[in-house]
Design a protein around this ligand. Structure first.
Ligand SMILES: NC(=O)c1ccc[n+]([C@@H]2O[C@H](COP(=O)([O-])OP(=O)(O)OC[C@H]3O[C@@H](n4cnc5c(N)ncnc54)[C@H](OP(=O)(O)O)[C@@H]3O)[C@@H](O)[C@H]2O)c1
Length: 222
């Protein structure tokens, strides 16, 4: 597996549950982590909280642009509504870097969650269109932020589907997933197949609501 523990991971939207959870686990695994935010103070506040929670000092907070500049690899963990504008603003800073998109374009109504149509096909393909000089991958759509932030959960018990068109980049993201105990990184296909992976999160949320669970996925026979 690719050596990843020397990398600095930046997390856009690192002040939200998904970003906080993954930032916490990566820091626990020995990586340097930068919590990104639209506001520097919020990033610093969250980084301080995560340092206290984890007992790890290698978590800092910066605005999203500076996070993009200083990180080796980044996770996009902002709501779908903010996806396009954020990535547009970071195009230059992210040139040449591996970008991991975990954004699920979902709507919610009285019947619960449902997948939104996306002009480019998926959030990941929109990222690819907006960041032509970056190495775009998609992963971590189905992980539970609640379980990630709960350090009493010692093993995550879930596979992480990693999609992308660049073998080296997907291998690295799989390795990054596997720094978190219990996660197994599984190649999940090309970016053109990201829509159904993002959309499946609506089914998982429905499962979680019905069974009061934090369900994940497992791929068998691999
Ligand atoms: N929650 C989960 O369990 C989970 C699991 C898998 C995937 N995801 C995906 O991960 C992403 C983040 O989920 P979340 O639950 O952590 O979301 P969230 O709390 O709604 O948002 C995360 C952070 O994004 C920033 N943000 C909010 N609106 C923004 C905008 N318009 N433009 C740029 N940044 C904005 C905020 O940080 P600042 O105000 O500090 O900038 C916020 O704290 C979503 O796309 C979701 O589909 C979530």
């Amino acid at each position: 597996m690719t050596e990843v523990t020397s990398l600095t991971v930046g997390v856009f939207g690192g002040t939200g549950p998904q970003g906080r959870g993954l930032a916490l686990r990566w820091a626990k695994a020995g990586l340097k982590v930068i919590v990104g935010s639209r506001k520097l103070e919020r990033a610093e506040e969250t980084a301080a909280e995560l340092r206290a929670l984890s007992g790890v000092e290698t978590i800092s907070g910066l605005d999203n642009l500076e996070t993009a500049r200083q990180a080796d690899i980044v996770l996009v963990a902002v709501p779908w509504e903010g996806h396009r504008a954020l990535l547009e603003s970071l195009r230059e800073a992210l040139a040449g870097k591996i970008v991991i998109d975990c954004v699920n374009p979902l709507g919610f109504d009285k019947q619960g969650p449902y997948a939104l149509p996306v002009e480019e096909g998926s959030a990941a393909q929109q990222a690819l269109a907006l960041l032509p000089e970056s190495r775009v991958t998609a992963a971590f759509h189905h992980v539970s932020a609640v379980s990630l932030e709960d350090l009493s959960v010692s093993t995550m018990d879930s596979d992480v589907l990693v999609l992308g068109d660049d073998r080296e980049a997907t291998d690295l993201v799989r390795a990054l997933a596997e720094t978190i105990p219990g996660f197994r990184g599984i190649y999940g296909g090309r970016l053109r197949n990201a829509h159904q992976v993002e959309a499946f999160t609506a089914n998982l949320i429905a499962i979680n609501r019905r069974y009061k669970a934090h369900a994940g996925i497992r791929i068998t026979d691999v």
